[in-house]
Write a protein that binds this ligand. Structure first.
Ligand code: UTP
Length: 289
């Protein structure tokens, strides 16, 4: 098994980040100096992915413009001797081979991934959700690819969440295989308390076999009236091997205001241009509060 392709579903309406996301895709909101989507594409590229499909919609053409060349801007930067900016602008466009497909109706994450069927063909592929950003020494996608290749199986990235919070996620039925790796035998989306299998929830990263497409094609709408990827995974894990990887790294859900601000502060603290300044600013603020 060799994973060369990735799919980034980014066609959601972003209703938790309104009004900003009425005209700016939430994946294009900047975290310090780069749009959220760039962090995700960088993770995929760092995990050895060559071809990336972004699932988009009619309101999100800013995404394909961003990962394109911009000759007028580049000439101007060149003439002004702004070499660092020029290199950064070019680098974003050269991160990977990026393709786009539109999800013509917003029918849920499972439906968005189904749109990747022709791009993926018969290969296993990675999925990185467009608003989940990971900070990890080894890219989370690479951690999943390793497990998927070792077990010749699909792999989902999980971490433990508090019982009180799991109803916002999905819950995975697991049995241990090795340190940080489990066999998956069932999954439930947004479980009620009595439906919880475990506190392990899938958090935004997957490696799937192409077997998921036939399942998604025939899936009925589930929670919230949407075609749920989780429902598809529940069926896939009964047909084929699936493992869960308790990945190392921190996850930021930048699709909600608090997660977005958390990522903004953490990334700004790490950034060479803003880190020291922000630390002093926070210390001063803390004294006023
Ligand atoms: P979310 O539920 O986090 O995104 O979906 P959303 O629907 O944009 O969020 P809110 O609740 O309205 O704020 C998880 C991922 O699936 C994508 C989203 O773009 C996000 O990356 N998605 C969701 C699609 O691509 N298509 C859909 O129909 C739904």
């Amino acid at each position: 098994m060799k994973v060369r392709k990735a799919v980034i579903p980014a066609a959601g309406l972003g209703t938790r980040m309104l009004p900003a996301t009425k005209t700016v895709p939430k994946e294009m909101l900047p975290l310090v100096d780069k749009p959220a989507l760039q962090y995700i594409i960088e993770e995929a590229a760092a995990a050895g992915i060559e071809d990336i499909l972004v699932v988009t919609n009619r309101a999100k053409s800013a995404m394909d413009d961003y990962f394109d060349y911009y000759p007028e801007l580049e000439t101007r930067l060149n003439q002004a001797g702004k070499d660092r900016e020029l290199a950064e602008v070019r680098r974003a466009a050269d991160l990977a081979n990026i393709f786009y497909v539109r999800q013509k109706e917003t029918r849920g994450l499972g439906h968005a991934i189904w749109r990747a069927k022709r791009f993926v063909g018969d290969e296993p592929f990675a999925v990185l959700l467009g608003d989940d950003i990971m900070r990890a020494e080894k890219p989370v996608t690479a951690q999943l690819i390793e497990a998927a290749e070792r077990y010749n199986a699909s792999a989902v990235g999980v971490q433990q969440v508090a019982t009180a919070a799991i109803s916002k996620y999905c819950s995975v039925k697991v049995e241990p295989l090795e340190e940080r790796v489990f066999r998956v035998s069932d999954v439930v989306e947004k479980p009620r308390l009595e439906q919880i299998f475990s506190n392990y929830a899938i958090l935004g990263r997957y490696v799937l076999t192409s077997g998921i497409f036939d399942i998604l094609e025939n899936l009925k709408p589930g929670y919230g009236g949407e075609i749920q990827l989780t429902d598809g995974l529940g069926l896939l894990c009964k047909q084929e091997e699936m493992v869960a990887v308790d990945f190392e790294g921190k996850r930021y859900d930048t699709g909600n205001l608090k997660g977005f601000l958390e990522a903004t502060i953490d990334f700004s603290l790490e950034h060479p241009e803003t880190g020291e300044w922000l630390k002093r600013f926070i210390q001063e603020k803390a004294q006023e509060l």
